[in-house]
Design a binder for this molecule. Structure first.
Ligand SMILES: [Fe+2]
Length: 305
């Protein structure tokens, strides 16, 4: 079932938050249909817009590394707590239907994975789901991306390096065009296409709740000079008002219990405000900033600009 990195289902001090699933129960025909429709939608509705954006910013002719833009064409869907899929322009009815069917299956897969993480950590079944729930249930959404052929992939990244902010990300990536890389032991490692697999990437919230037993992993996309890469990344995240903190059962040392070295406690939407400004930076300063707010609750809202 699990292909890449350290097995997440073995007990050890720290686990690698990046692995790949096969035999996950999502019908391959459904994945093929979704990939075909996503590529068709890009050609019909997104490609021209992307070309105009590239031309307007002169991106094909850059001579130095670009740090404030990504070579990607995207749109985003929300499934939970309330679906916005009927309001997204340009999607035909069949594409909406297939995307909804896929999202329902991924939501179930994410919840199954969360319970496997619980089992592996010695947490009660349902702990993570409950921790994510807040008052309205989890946020679940999908970012659909295309990374068109890029003439300068060394100067402009498909997607700059980052860890994901949320909980569990389930990625359905192109079956032929590579580009995803993760940072392991200081080296960028390719995550090559594997037909019908789902890449699983754990975000910063899982790192906090598991008190660092699972680490979120830095990753990026390098666009290719030929070939258009498709990626459908679905995010199972905490509800906006969910209070996130290390699970008490995973806080081990007295220093941690006293709050000295432990991960912070915060409301998820406050973390997201900070992340909006600091996504492409290391996660540690984000954790430190949330810790500072936790110990000085009168500082007021976090500045995001
Ligand atoms: Fe990501």
């Amino acid at each position: 079932m699990v292909r890449r990195g350290q097995s997440p289902w073995t007990r050890s001090k720290m686990h690698w938050g990046f692995f790949e699933l096969v035999n996950h129960g999502i019908p391959p025909e459904l994945m093929d249909t979704l990939e075909r429709m996503t590529k068709g939608h890009y050609k019909k509705c997104m490609e021209q817009r992307f070309r105009e954006l590239v031309a307007s910013k002169g991106l094909e002719y850059v001579q130095t590394e670009v740090h404030d833009l990504d070579w990607e064409s995207t749109f985003q869907l929300t499934h939970l707590p309330v679906s916005n899929i009927s309001q997204i322009p340009d999607l035909d009815d069949e594409y909406r239907k297939v995307m909804k069917e896929f999202a329902v299956k991924l939501e179930k897969l994410a919840e199954e994975l969360m319970d496997l993480l619980c089992e592996n950590l010695g947490l009660e079944k349902g702990y993570l789901k409950k921790a994510f729930y807040g008052s309205k249930g989890p946020n679940f959404g999908t970012k659909v991306s295309n990374y068109p052929p890029c003439p300068k992939p060394d100067l402009i990244k498909g997607l700059r390096a980052h860890t994901d902010a949320g909980g569990i990300v389930l990625l359905f990536q192109d079956d032929k065009v590579s580009g995803l890389q993760l940072l392991k032991d200081g080296q960028w490692v390719d995550v090559p296409p594997m037909h019908h697999s789902i890449v699983v990437n754990l975000g910063d919230q899982i790192e906090v709740i598991t008190n660092g037993k699972y680490k979120s992993v830095m990753h990026r996309v390098v666009a290719q000079t030929d070939g258009n890469r498709m990626s459908i990344a679905s995010f199972y995240n905490p509800g906006s008002d969910a209070v996130i903190h290390p699970a008490p059962g995973l806080v081990e040392s007295e220093a941690e219990e006293a709050g000295g070295e432990a991960y912070p406690k915060f409301v998820f939407e406050d973390y997201m405000k900070l992340y909006a400004a600091l996504k492409f930076q290391a996660k540690e300063p984000r954790f430190q900033a949330m810790k500072a707010v936790e110990s000085s609750p009168n500082l007021g809202p976090i500045a995001t600009a």
